[in-house]
Write a protein that binds this ligand. Structure first.
Ligand code: MF3
Ligand code: CO
Length: 263
């Protein structure tokens, strides 16, 4: 069952989402050679708590950290630790914050220095696919329109969408109905209504769409060792259209407005 949110509840979610967006923006500035993913986790946890929020991921099904930090061929769910960023890395950062009982969830993949043309294209296409999906978040569309928008853009550009991991409804809990695959058929699935709030999160690989689990039971890698990118926003369906609740920085508040080229 998809739980819709009132305009007042969406305002509360926007305050949680703002902390997540600002946290990711802060972390992006620290994605420099020599910084460890553990350093990023420490920075994020302090930031979230200073804003009177709680890091949603910490303790979720036993997850030990406040963020996920997944380098290069790691798709998602990297536990932060001693891994040191180096020139040319991609690093996917996923942040969740709970404020006054409402959750925001967002992810970005950041280039450390120059990762090369294929990696930059991967970032661009993945981010574009997220915004094409966001644009479909209007009442009267179907969930399949959102999923299809991701798949169509990614595959047209020669990359592959991960199939075994999905986006999700979000609200008082991080994971609510519906599941939001990054592939699908236009016109199919639940009818979209005002007040629904979705965490849309394309995970896109350069090579095969297939993934494999790591030894720590959290990390997910591409099966062929190719690079992967992950962009996620928490998005509310409002009367005025899709509203990105986890937008980053002053230029990104409008959701579909001007943003950093790699966001
Ligand atoms: N954005 C991820 C998700 O929606 C973050 C969860 S990581 C976890 O599943 F550690 F909290 F599980
Ligand atoms: Co999510």
């Amino acid at each position: 069952m998809i739980v819709t949110k009132s305009p007042a509840q969406i305002e509360k979610m926007a305050r949680a989402g703002e902390i997540v967006g600002d946290c990711l923006e802060m972390l992006t500035g620290h994605c420099q050679p020599g910084v460890t993913t553990g350093d990023l986790d420490t920075l994020a946890e302090s930031f979230i708590r200073e804003h009177r929020a709680i890091p949603t991921f910490k303790g979720y099904r036993g997850y030990p950290a406040s963020i996920c930090a997944s380098p290069n061929q790691m798709v998602v769910h990297g536990i932060p630790g001693p891994y040191r960023l180096k020139e040319g890395d991609l690093i996917s950062l996923d942040v969740g914050a709970t404020l006054a009982g409402w959750v925001g969830d967002s992810a970005i993949t950041v280039a450390v220095g120059d990762p090369g043309s294929v990696a930059l294209r991967l970032l661009e296409v993945t981010r574009e696919s997220l915004f094409k999906a966001i644009a479909m978040c209007v009442p009267g569309n179907h969930l399949g329109d959102v999923s299809h928008a991701v798949q169509e853009h990614v595959e047209r550009n020669g990359f592959a969408v991960v199939r075994t991991l999905v986006g999700h409804g979000i609200g008082r809990k991080m994971h609510e109905d519906p599941q939001i695959p990054n592939f699908g058929t236009p016109g199919q699935g639940p009818l979209l209504e005002e007040g629904m709030v979705f965490a849309i999160e394309p995970m896109v690989n350069v090579g095969t769409h297939r993934v494999i689990g790591g030894d720590d039971d959290w990390a997910i890698f591409t099966a062929d060792g190719s690079l992967s990118a992950h962009f996620e926003h928490t998005v509310a369906l409002t009367k005025k259209g899709p509203r990105v609740l986890t937008a980053r920085g002053a230029n990104d508040r409008s959701g579909l407005g001007v943003t950093h080229p790699l966001w």
